[in-house]
Design a protein around this ligand. Structure first.
Ligand code: TMP
Length: 212
C-alpha cells in the first residue's frame, strides 16, 4: 500500500521546525516508516536550486524565473525521493510543497493561479498531499521570530504586506480544500498548538485506517 503524504505550511516564523519534530515523534510512536524532507530542496540538485532561490542578490529575480525554479526543484524531488518513497509504502513528511507556490508566487507575487495549476499538472500529474497542516500566525509576530533566528534570506527581506497576502493565500487554500487542509493557530502556547496538531493527525490516521 502506498504511504501517505503529509505537508506542513505557513508564513515565516510560524514554528514549522519545532512542530515537524513533534510530527516525527507521532510517526515514530505509530511505528510508521517515513521520510522527512523539505522544499525547496530534498535532493542534491534541488538543494542547489534552493540556494539559488534563497540567496540575496543585486539582480532582481523575475517572478517567472522564481516560479520555474520552484517547480524544477519539485520535479527532481518528486522523481528522486517523494514518489519512490510513497511507492515503497513509507510516509513522506514534507516541510512545504506546492501550496507554498500558490501562497508565495501566486498570492504573494501575483502570478496567475491557472499558470501555477498548469505547472502543477505537468510536474505532479495527479499527486497531491493527503494531509496539509497550515500553521497560522499574525505576520508581525512571525517576522519578529524569524528575524531573531537568522539574517533574512531573499524571501524574508520582503515587506510585511507581501506576507499578509501569503497568509491570506494559505487561508484561501484551506477554505477551498477543507478535506485536506487543517489550519492550526500557531500563536497559542506550544502545548496547545501541539494538541491541535495531534487531533488533526489522529483524525487523519483514523480516516486512513477506515478507508483501508
Ligand atoms: P523555508 O525557509 O520555510 O525552508 O522556505 C524557504 C522559502 O521559500 C520560504 O520563504 C518560502 C519560499 N517558497 C516559495 O516561495 N515557494 C515555494 O513553492 C516553496 C516550497 C517555498
Amino acid at each position: 500500500m502506498r504511504g501517505k503524504f503529509i505537508t506542513i505550511e505557513g508564513t515565516e516564523g510560524v514554528g514549522k521546525t519545532t512542530n515537524i519534530q513533534f510530527i516525527q515523534n507521532w510517526l515514530d510512536a505509530k511505528g510508521l516508516a517515513y521520510l522527512c524532507t523539505r522544499e525547496p530542496g530534498g535532493t542534491p540538485l534541488a538543494e542547489q536550486i534552493r540556494e539559488l532561490l534563497l540567496a540575496r542578490r543585486d539582480e532582481l529575480v523575475c517572478d517567472t524565473a522564481e516560479l520555474l525554479l520552484m517547480f524544477a526543484g519539485r520535479a527532481q524531488h518528486l522523481h528522486q525521493v517523494i514518489e519512490p518513497t510513497l511507492g515503497e509504502g513509507a510516509w513522506v513528511l514534507c516541510d512545504r510543497f506546492t501550496d507554498a507556490t500558490y501562497a508565495y508566487q501566486g498570492a504573494g507575487r501575483g502570478m496567475r493561479q491557472d499558470l501555477i495549476a498548469e505547472l502543477e499538472l505537468i510536474v505532479q500529474g495527479s499527486l497531491r498531499p493527503d494531509l496539509t497542516l497550515i500553521l497560522d500566525i499574525p505576520v508581525e509576530i512571525g517576522l519578529k521570530r524569524a528575524s531573531e533566528r537568522s539574517a533574512p534570506d531573499r524571501f524574508e527581506q520582503e515587506k510585511s504586506e507581501f506576507f499578509q497576502r501569503v497568509r491570506q493565500g494559505y487561508q484561501d487554500i484551506a477554505k477551498n480544500d477543507p478535506e485536506r487542509c487543517v489550519i492550526i493557530d500557531a500563536s497559542k502556547p506550544l502545548v496547545d498548538v501541539q494538541r491541535e496538531i495531534s487531533i488533526a493527525l489522529e483524525a487523519f490516521w483514523f480516516s486512513s485506517e477506515e478507508s483501508g
